[in-house]
Design a protein. Sequence first.
Length: 277
Amino acid sequence: MISSILSNDYSFFIILMVLTAFPVGFLAGFFGIGGGLITVPFLFFIFETLNLDKSYIMHLAVGTSFAIIIPTSLVSVLTHKKNNFVDVKIIKAYGFFVIAGVLAGTIFTALMQTKSLVLFFSMVVYFLGTYLLLLQEKTKEIKKKFNLLPRLIFGFISGFVSAPMGIAGAVINVPVLRYFGYPIKKAIGSAAAIGFIIALFGAIGFLISGSFLKANMPLSLGFINIPAFLIFVPITTFMARVGANTVYKIDKSKVQAFFGIFLYVTGTVFIYRYFSL
């Protein structure tokens, strides 16, 4: 197994990982998404090609994605905070319910086989793609109280759904914060901070669950692949800063539409893989 991982074929995929890390990092800062919606599909196909245990290759992609998001989202958060676009109060009030959702979602994911997880991923990706394509920026602010009940519901849901997806949850939390009256830039910055919490506890959960299930994936700690982590982190961390600074200068409506189309393509490919697994 190890010899196959160190083969020339694997070297080709290392190059692809390097090339992919640049747009992943940029989008992490630009959207506050952490890049998981791009990273997970790419890592899945890499691990699948390397003939790893098919029972857990999706888990490995998700867990590795969370580990990669940790430093990336931290850089994004610090950049947004420097621009005064992170609301610390809402992070404290919302974060506990997010953590509870992530932990529950991690347990849920550990009980699933790769085939079921691929189907779940594709369905959520289709939904998010539709949302991004139909989303229009508000012209009128709506002020609603973000009290205990909505914080509990949305916090738990964002954490629970993010766990099997390997994402930082901004595609859920940015609209939630916007709905409750947060300006778009502060919503993005605060969602990035929430994403850091999701990634941290998600990575810990997948590290523990992979060890508990004795997955024994090569060159990995639990469900976190070390080579992929080491390749992605320095590149995505740098590009996240570029993306976070760019969001204040560019109208991202067209980028958002392209990203929605990308998610549709990703969902279609994963549906195909679901029926061929």
